[in-house]
Design a protein around this ligand. Structure first.
Ligand SMILES: O=CN(O)CCNC(=O)c1cccc(Cl)c1Cl
Ligand code: NI
Length: 184
């Protein structure tokens, strides 16, 4: 199982590289990696398991965060009642279109690879169209909005060498364009 000791922290070059696309069929190594990443998210959202193994909670995890510079990310997004509203592993995801309108989380963002708390709004597209492959090589194109779109953007950023604080306005961390959707 993936533990916090396996999470690569800011400063490691792998977090600032463009991750390599995967080819199909996926090797057993990358099929196992997908399972392990999703298992981390499930474990980290279970209070007992998270406490036992001192896991920081995550709603997404990108392969570079465990030192694997490949285009793969797992997402496990719950609603405010803890019901899972989005569960997927993206392989070679691409944002094919995005809304001009921006959205951000009212609480800001955190990242397992960034040990410090960095306050500020993280403006992201409110709506995204994502083209990706499943672990089994099935091609998909989906449209997302709100929280699942925010998390998808955070993870796809990881695959392109970006971290959430890159998007925070340095001068005015809580400044927003006036039509930005603030998600609580
Ligand atoms: O890349 C994934 N992580 O670093 C896992 C820890 N962070 C989160 O789960 C998280 C927290 C807040 C907002 C977003 Cl969008 C995300 Cl993704
Ligand atoms: Ni992150």
């Amino acid at each position: 199982m993936i533990l916090m000791k396996d999470i690569v922290r800011d400063g490691d070059p792998v977090l600032r590289q463009v991750a390599k696309p995967l080819t199909f069929p996926l090797s057993d190594h990358y099929k196992q990696l997908a399972e392990d990443m999703m298992e981390y998210l499930v474990n980290s959202q279970d209070p007992k398991i998270a406490e036992k193994h001192q896991l920081r909670a995550g709603v997404g995890l990108a392969a570079p965060q465990v030192g694997e510079g490949v285009q793969m990310a797992a997402l496990l997004v719950p609603d405010d009642k803890g019901e899972i509203i989005f569960k997927e592993v993206y392989v070679n995801p691409e944002i094919v279109s995005e809304s001009v309108r921006q959205a951000c989380l009212s609480e800001g963002e955190g990242c397992l690879s960034v040990d410090k708390v960095i306050n500020g709004y993280v403006p992201r597209p409110d709506k995204l169209t994502i083209h990706y492959y499943t672990v089994d090589g099935e091609e998909k194109t989906i449209r997302l909005k709100d929280y699942p779109a925010i998390v998808s953007s955070h993870e796809i950023d990881h695959l392109n060498g970006h971290l959430f604080y890159d998007r925070i306005n340095k001068k005015e961390p809580f400044a927003l364009k006036e039509d930005t959707v603030v998600i609580s």
